[in-house]
Design a protein around this ligand. Structure first.
Ligand code: HEC
Ligand code: HEC
Ligand code: HEC
Ligand code: HEC
Length: 183
């Protein structure tokens, strides 16, 4: 009897240890806006997908495919079109510089500044069970922002060739996408 118990314990320990190893290696991959949107699109949840689609963040990659963008890039001495220039993509898109294996089927670089640009790649936190628990979501790669303004100005700054100014309160008003408080 005693024997059996210690065997079970040893086995449990092995499983525990190997699981935590597996978790260490679990790299987050990008799932794409439509995949986030399956849950984040209803009135009750706050219509984040819709709000994002109507914002220019959803157009940020396409903006690079314009003549205007190519001219800006050329004037700065870049030899590649804007949409192929790292120095432009870094603020206008996500996923262009990662291993293709880390891009889910629904992920599109054309979606520009997308959910996962701001909240982190989502394959490990996207399940309902994890998402319902903020702490667990963060432990699995969800990025939430405490100092929102500082985060915005990591792109909205004078390194942007077309930058004029950034008025945080006004700009946040244009893209905010809160979960409505129900009680
Ligand atoms: C299976 C459904 C589901 C999917 C898929 C999903 N979410 Fe969520 N998410 C939820 C639920 C439910 C909550 C909890 C919302 C609440 O407070 O009622 C949540 C909360 C959040 C929060 C708020 C966390 C906090 O507490 O401040 C963020 C940010 C978020 N999700 C982003 C994403 C992103 C980005 C994706 C895609 C990578 C995604 N979610 C995919 C269901 C989902
Ligand atoms: C990853 C870089 C990045 C981050 C982070 C970012 N933005 Fe943007 N934002 C852009 C780009 C690029 C555009 C221009 C898109 C276009 O016109 O194609 C833009 C455009 C906008 C616009 C539309 C501009 C206008 O004049 O109407 C608003 C509003 C905006 N951002 C608000 C915010 C806020 C608020 C934050 C922080 C919560 C933020 N952005 C964070 C890259 C970013
Ligand atoms: C540091 C981040 C950042 C970098 C780098 C960046 N952009 Fe932007 N870009 C933005 C933001 C933020 C906006 C929206 C507000 C603004 O104009 O600053 C924007 C807007 C634009 C617009 C639309 C502005 C308009 O008035 O029509 C174009 C075109 C553009 N960027 C082209 C480029 C090109 C080309 C490059 C590379 C040479 C580039 N950007 C590099 C952040 C960046
Ligand atoms: C330009 C950056 C940016 C983009 C793009 C973006 N978010 Fe957010 N999101 C934020 C910031 C900043 C907050 C507020 C601080 C926080 O909770 O992280 C936020 C908050 C949230 C919240 C929590 C709201 C609450 O009431 O606490 C959810 C849910 C969410 N985002 C989901 C999404 C989904 C889904 C997408 C894509 C459809 C998306 N976000 C796109 C920056 C962004």
């Amino acid at each position: 009897m005693k024997h059996k118990l210690s065997f079970t314990l040893a086995l449990a320990l092995i499983i525990l240890v190997s699981n935590s190893f597996a978790q260490d290696k679990k790299v987050n991959s990008f799932i794409g806006v439509e995949a986030c949107g399956t849950c984040h699109k209803t009135e009750k949840q706050g219509k984040q997908l819709d709000i994002w689609k109507k914002s220019t963040h959803s157009q940020a990659y396409k903006t690079l495919q314009s003549e205007k963008a190519d001219k800006i890039a050329a004037d700065l001495g870049h030899k590649t079109p804007a949409a192929k220039t790292e120095a432009c993509l870094k603020c206008h898109a996500s996923g262009y510089n990662v291993d293709k294996a880390l891009l889910g089927e629904k992920f599109k670089v054309e979606d520009g500044v997308q959910c996962e640009t701001c909240h982190g790649a989502g394959s490990n936190y996207k399940s309902l069970k994890v998402m319902k628990n903020r702490q667990e979501s963060v432990a699995n790669g969800l990025i939430v922002h405490e100092k929102t303004e500082n985060f915005c100005t990591s792109c909205h700054n004078s390194e942007s060739p077309t930058f004029k100014e950034f008025k945080f309160a006004e700009m946040w008003e244009k893209i905010k996408h809160e979960v409505p408080k129900t009680n």
